[in-house]
Ligand binder design. Structure first.
Ligand code: NAI
Ligand code: COI
Ligand code: MG
Length: 358
């Protein structure tokens, strides 16, 4: 199969974890005889430095010309520590999501048997966790207008906005996913307080009759934040809006062992984009300590979601599992006996070929 992949490494640890994901994709090409071409483009602080724009037209063009997009992370302390900065790397990420219509961010959460003992959570509680969060990605408070500051600068405001259409299109994907899994959708919202959350409940309730074999539950987000840690196995498909999904998945990553473990797919109406759920972790940049599994598993999601290459995707997932089982993990997982980012990437790429006997 011949496919074009846009590579957007971004900032901080973005380039190093993306590099490890590419090693796995190259093993897959070799093992299965596929031909992927990779076109790199700037996004985030790297793009501001190069062009003044965190999501330049040239990068958008590269994304639109591709069959799928692999993204690292954006963000830089020089902007985080300057609340008055006029242009911010995060604007690039949000612009990219909006312009490419990446409306559904799918974030699978799993525990790893080999990592159970490393978790601050009780093994008996997290063992066997397997749920997926469908996070709406192009609406809500990250995008709503008006937003800004009052004229005297003493007040600031953001707007949370949702339309039925925005809710319906992601809810459909969540119901369909539940049909192929544990047949349960939990809508996480704040319908006791927010008008937007009440629209979510109403819309999803109306849709439920189209999916009679799916159990639909509702949970307020504050309760969900607690229950995900207390009883993660109660969840199958979690459906939620943009900001709630952002927050509860960072929390849920503790179940997997580290924020560096979780991949994601951002489903678009044309191309889809694949990215680890973490940020640019600037403290770790260039130190060969970042966990690349989230990025590598994002490449696995890319193969399955965008190219329909299920066996190839599984080959990467199996190699990751073997690397984890064999103790090839970075210091966020194993402080006493870590290996470096590059070594993890090399190991997974080698295991793919070894397990497929290439
Ligand atoms: N999708 C994106 O590109 C995102 C970008 N950001 C940006 O990233 C920058 C840093 O933000 P933070 O809040 O510190 O979030 P972050 O996700 O970069 O890091 C938070 C903490 O998670 C751990 N961590 C994250 N990724 C890891 C990895 N691959 N391996 C090992 N440990 C890892 C580290 O303990 C780190 O201190 C900011 O500029 C922020 O705006 C934040 C979240 C998402
Ligand atoms: C940096 C934010 C815009 C997004 C974020 O934290 C995320 O998508 O996980
Ligand atoms: Mg986040």
């Amino acid at each position: 199969m011949k496919k074009k992949i846009a590579i957007l490494p971004g900032d901080g640890i973005g380039p190093e974890v993306t590099k490890q994901a590419l090693k796995s994709l190259k093993s897959i090409e070799e093992a299965f005889g596929h031909e992927f071409t990779y076109t790199e483009a700037h996004v985030g602080a790297a793009a501001i430095d190069a062009t003044g724009d965190p999501f330049p037209q040239q990068t958008e063009d590269v994304c639109r010309a591709a069959d799928a997009i692999l993204f690292g992370a954006i963000g830089h302390p020089k902007y985080d520590n300057d609340p008055k900065a006029k242009v911010r790397p995060e604007q690039g990420l949000l612009a990219m999501r909006k312009k490419l219509n990446l409306f559904a961010n799918v974030r699978p959460v799993k525990s790893y048997d080999a990592l159970l003992s490393k978790s601050p959570l009780k093994e008996s509680i997290i063992q066997g966790t397997d749920f997926v969060v469908f996070r709406e990605l192009t609406g809500g408070i990250y995008f709503g207008q008006p937003r800004g500051r009052s004229e005297d600068g003493n007040q600031a405001f953001d707007t949370c906005n949702y339309s039925k259409e925005e809710i319906t299109r992601i809810a459909k994907l969540a119901f369909q996913a539940a049909g192929n899994r544990g047949k349960k959708v939990t809508l996480v919202d704040k319908a006791n307080v927010l008008a937007t959350s009440r629209l979510w409940r109403e819309t999803v309730q109306e849709m439920a009759s189209d999916y009679p074999d799916i159990q639909l539950d509702f949970m307020f987000v504050d309760n969900a934040a607690m229950k995900i840690i207390q009883n993660p196995k109660d969840f199958d498909v979690v459906l939620t809006e943009n900001m709630f999904g952002d927050i509860i998945t960072d929390e849920a990553s503790v179940i997997a062992g580290s924020l560096g473990m979780l991949p994601s797919a951002s489903i678009g109406t044309a191309q889809s984009l694949f990215e680890p759920i973490h940020g640019s972790y600037p403290q770790a940049a260039g130190k060969d300590i970042a966990n690349p599994f989230g990025a590598i598993l994002s490449a696995a999601m890319l193969l399955e979601y965008s190219f329909g290459l299920v066996e190839e995707s599984k080959a990467i997932q199996d190699a990751v599992l073997k690397a984890v089982d064999d103790g090839f993990v970075t210091e966020d997982i194993d402080r006493e006996n870590p290996v470096g980012t590059e070594e993890v990437g090399d190991k997974v790429a080698a295991y793919i070929k070894e397990m497929l006997a290439v």
